[in-house]
Design a protein around this ligand. Sequence first.
Ligand SMILES: [Zn+2]
Length: 194
Amino acid sequence: MPLSIIHFPHPTLRHRSKPIVRVDQRLRDMAAEMLDLMYANEGVGLAANQVNLPIRMFVANETGKRGEGQEWVVINPEIDRPKGNEASQEGCLSVPGVYAQVKRPKSVRLQGYDLQGNELNMELDGFLARVMQHEVDHLDGVMFFDRISEETKRDIDGELYEFETTFESLRRTGNIPDDAGIAQQIAKWEEAYT
Ligand SMILES: [Zn+2]
């Protein structure tokens, strides 16, 4: 089945993804499919949780355009050494149309692996640092609006409520499995890759 982007409040977005221990052709194909979805939806990053895969992998390209800038597929990312602080507007492909100012460290270190198994170890700064922090948050089950003030949150609560209403109706009509069904899907993926 082709991958598709899931929207808040789908439970997989709240799942803390486990590290990947096996890279095979299927995983490489899924990474390519995630890049396709990211570009098609004019995003700059997409985490595996957002396509209902509970594994530690994300894709990113800060330009949002195929063939421009640098394209990243990062496996088992870890972030540390935060420095500075900066607030800037963020959005998310799992809550399309919702934006808010999010305060984050200005620079961080990112470690992880690419699809070929090469070790990544980079100091990130500026927009790319923000994008990758947002994606690693997804892998830990964290949404960008978990990191905003209560006051800012009140501005977007109405929009989030609409996503909740849509989700409930998709569940009622059987388009999204119940929690037990989703837990089963998650267990299947974890068995295969983590
Ligand atoms: Zn996001």
